[in-house]
Design a protein around this ligand. Sequence first.
Ligand SMILES: CC(C)(COP(=O)(O)OP(=O)(O)OC[C@H]1O[C@@H](n2cnc3c(N)ncnc32)[C@H](O)[C@@H]1OP(=O)(O)O)[C@@H](O)C(=O)NCCC(=O)NCCS
Length: 177
Amino acid sequence: MSKVNGTIRRAVRGDLQALVALEALFPGDRLSAASFHHLLARGHADLWVYELAGEIRADAVVLYRRRSKRARLYSLITHPDYRACGCAGQLLALAENAAHQRGCTQIGLEVRADNDIARGLYERRGYRPCKLLAGFYDDGASALRMEKSLTNLRSAKAVAGNEASHRQHVTIPPGSS
Ligand SMILES: CC(C)(COP(=O)(O)OP(=O)(O)OC[C@H]1O[C@@H](n2cnc3c(N)ncnc32)[C@H](O)[C@@H]1OP(=O)(O)O)[C@@H](O)C(=O)NCCC(=O)NCCS
């Protein structure tokens, strides 16, 4: 195991290809290039990327609606070679803080009911299951809706406009850096 520097920053248009490539690694419902383009151009969304050695290895997408204090974690993905290194946990913490700073009091998400790793990640960070959604995904799989209150969230030291300061060491499995 070796340590490298990882950086979380907001996604920009130049990241579109890398974001689509990351999505393409996973089966099931995916965010298309057109969707990313829309979100980056004028969507009410925060898109975060986790960069290691100049490559995007994880991303998180949070959607907002006008007049709603509920944010929606729409996507959270880590490249298979960089799993269990803390990328998703750190992205999630930053995404929650960004939503909190926008005035949201709650963040919700849908996760495949059989996705034990993701469910565990969310549960350990305070997300609670609130509804089972049968046949939610294109392949007929069910989703679990989970919610977390943001009212007691501690504000991050820096979020919008200062993502470059979010440098941290993460542990990378052998042979993957
Ligand atoms: C779910 C996912 C985003 C987690 O990403 P990650 O970068 O590996 O997550 P982290 O390294 O931050 O680890 C988060 C937690 O999951 C645990 N974890 C990660 N991979 C694990 C594995 N293979 N087996 C068991 N636990 C694992 C970590 O130990 C950590 O535990 P903690 O809550 O005690 O800190 C990643 O597995 C993934 O991209 N899966 C496919 C897409 C997906 O399912 N996204 C979620 C959709 S809602």
